[in-house]
Design a binder for this molecule. Structure first.
Ligand code: GLC
Length: 648
């Protein structure tokens, strides 16, 4: 609905910052006007009861206008180019990403810039730099405890070097992804330091409690995130003789979004990143940004209201930056981060397909794809125009947080099934080839997640230790299967650095007191390039690298793999095989994956049932043509093998 006063407010702001709203800045002004009413509406849902609501909303609008006014001509031009694409730019099959720690991958930012040729060789064109802003060395949580959102930590280099890298990336047609740690700051952040000194304004940036009364009540329903290393959700602050909310580690203080000044300050930080030229902003832990007594304080409706509001602001001022919500929560809850009802496809552009990632590990351990298939009903509801980050591993643990019903649908007992998976990947299950560890073990709930690198969880570490060439090949085949299955599903594949080289668990973290309490570091390797002959295809690193490069090349060659909500699951004729069809009006690509260590036989009817008419199919993986048999004949997939078949 049109509101004259809001129109005037937006117009005055835009004209006062010398924008030409009837000329060069008309597109911005149109976007701003189109969104202002909804921005106001969402803002008032959260803050309308406060006497300062109108003044705070005015500050929010000012922040949006200032962000656009401060955006460089180059980035504005890029915004226009991205918006002009017929489909959202970030759903393209041309994009392939990699997450990496700048220091552990290349020493520092300058070193990374010198290694850009590596990504070109591999085919990766989007880099997710793990957090590089200032963070206290021994209380860092891998950079997710930020003490200054706008200064690069000297360990990595300088802000100027980050800008140089960003420009180099854009010149090469590459994209940049960074994090915004929205939920909390380090207790060394200037806001927290002032709060410790008793500054009332900044104390309101956090949740302070004079005694345990409310913290105790909150903790009845708030789950522990790091039950072993940081039990509880509150930390005693001696300087204030008070408790502060700290859901993650005790050095990560939760920001208080019931205070609109926090939202405005963090929105301004978001725009700082947009104007650095970030193409995808990973919003860290958005599920946690709103807290309410008597709830888990995760996935609350107000968290979605905040994200929608942020999306509207970003869309107005810096629309070329896509938003990724890192919500690693139950499947039905993940879906909501794409927006619901009138906000469908208008919240986060991306979410991690964490459910599917974990289900791939489920299928690999059991050799049975039924649990994976049982979950797809939920995942296929992703709205058109949004996309997944598809992945097999990232810097975090693997959580088994999919629904019990999905496990039951496959005929397993959820408790026993999860116990098996935990035993299998932590190596406790006799005969398991995996070398990993349990993370976040909670004796109260029996929950645990899994740490370990892709290669070690696939059995490479054990195979190398035993020197068994057959086992090594099998492990490599599993690595490639896992990557392939996630690469072709639709969504932006995000490799985790080192996985393309078969990097195994790195136990050096145990020697570092800032890391030894957190076994996620075992799968965050410190790369020793001399020991990684990735161009030698007889070496392990080279074999995995070549196979990964082939997967990337395939994705980039086949437009049908772009995410157009064009995925249909094949009927499970064989429980070991997961198959999906990627389709456009002109093309159908049958992607079939054998998760078992034996040959898997798949009736040709499975393909015909999904529209295959031709007598011959071409396998894009092997480059070979195969004759299609009758319904009583079978396609044979080798152990952990996969094919991408297209009728010819
Ligand atoms: C996210 C990050 C994780 C971190 C947590 C707290 O889940 O991926 O590494 O520990 O947020 O910031």
């Amino acid at each position: 609905m049109y509101t004259h006063t809001l129109h005037q407010q937006a117009k005055e702001l835009a004209t006062s910052s010398t924008l030409d709203i009837a000329g060069t800045d008309l597109n911005f002004f149109t976007r701003l006007l189109s969104n202002t009413e909804q921005m106001h509406d969402l803002f008032m849902q959260l803050y309308g009861h406060r006497p300062d609501a109108a003044a705070q909303f005015a500050r929010l609008l000012q922040t949006v206008v200032a962000a656009y006014a401060g955006r460089s001509a180059v980035l504005r031009q890029l915004d226009d180019e991205k918006l002009a694409k017929p489909e959202p730019w970030f759903t393209s099959h041309q994009l392939v990403g990699m997450s990496l720690y700048v220091d552990r991958f290349a020493g520092n930012l300058a070193g990374l810039q010198q290694r850009l040729h590596y990504f070109e060789e591999l085919g990766v064109n989007l880099l997710h730099l793990m957090p590089i802003f200032q963070s206290p060395p021994n209380e860092s949580d891998g950079g997710y405890a930020v003490s200054n959102f706008r200064e690069v930590d000297p360990r990595f280099g300088s802000l100027q070097e980050l800008q140089q890298l960003q420009q180099a990336l854009h010149q090469q047609g590459m994209y940049l992804m960074l994090d915004i740690v929205l939920n909390h700051t380090s207790h060394h952040h200037a806001w927290a330091v002032k709060a410790k000194q008793g500054d009332a304004h900044y104390k309101n940036f956090y949740y302070f409690f004079p005694d345990r009364t409310l913290p105790d009540q909150y903790e009845v329903t708030m789950p522990d995130i790091f039950p072993e290393s940081a039990p509880g959700s509150f930390t005693w602050v001696p300087e204030q003789q008070a408790w502060v909310m700290s859901v993650f580690h005790n050095y990560q203080w939760d920001l208080n979004y019931t205070n609109p000044a926090v939202l405005v300050a963090m929105l301004d930080t978001i725009f700082f990143y947009s104007n650095l030229g970030v193409d995808v902003l990973r919003i860290d832990a958005p599920a946690f940004i709103w807290k309410k007594l008597g709830t888990s304080s995760q996935n609350l409706p107000e968290a979605h209201t905040l994200l929608r509001l942020i999306k509207l602001c970003v869309q107005a001022a810096t629309p070329g930056m896509a938003l990724l919500g890192e919500a690693i929560v139950a499947p039905a809850e993940i879906m909501k981060y794409f927006g619901t009802d009138r906000y469908t496809a208008r919240e986060c552009d991306f979410a991690y397909n964490a459910t599917h990632m974990a289900l791939q590990w489920d299928a690999l351990a059991t050799g049975d794809t039924r649990v994976m298939l049982a979950a797809q009903y939920e995942l296929l509801r992703k709205p058109y125009g949004t996309s997944w980050i598809t992945y097999t591993r990232c810097h975090d643990d693997i959580g088994l947080g999919y629904d019990d019903d999905m496990i039951r649908a496959a005929g397993y007992d959820p408790f026993e099934h999860r116990r098996f998976l935990k035993d299998y990947f932590s190596g406790a299950y006799e005969g398991s080839p995996a070398v990993g560890a349990l993370f976040g073990v909670n004796p109260k709930t029996n929950d645990a997640r899994i740490s370990g690198s892709l290669a070690s969880l696939c059995g490479l570490e054990k195979a190398v230790a035993s020197g068994d060439e057959g086992q090594m090949s099998k492990a490599i085949q599993k690595i490639v299967l896992m990557q392939a299955h996630s690469f072709f599903m639709g969504g932006l594949p995000m490799l985790f650095y080192g996985d393309e080289l078969g990097a195994m668990n790195d136990y050096s973290y145990l020697q570092d007191p800032g890391k030894s309490y957190d076994n996620r570091w075992m799968h965050r390797p410190l790369l020793q390039w001399d020991a990684l002959p990735y161009q030698d295809e007889t070496a392990i690193a080279g074999r995995v690298f070549a196979a990964t490069r082939q997967l990337i090349a395939l994705r980039r060659r086949l437009p049908v793999l772009a995410d157009r909500s064009n995925l249909e699951w094949m009927t499970p004729h064989n429980i070991h095989v997961a198959g999906y069809v990627r389709h456009t009006a002109a093309q159908r690509l049958y992607c079939v994956f054998n998760f078992s260590d034996k040959d898997a036989w798949l009736t040709w009817y499975a393909f015909r049932e999904k529209g295959l008419q031709s007598a011959t199919v071409h396998d894009h993986v092997s480059g070979k043509d195969l004759s299609v048999g009758t319904d009583r004949e079978y396609l044979v997939l080798p152990p952990f093998g996969f094919m991408l078949l297209e009728g010819v």
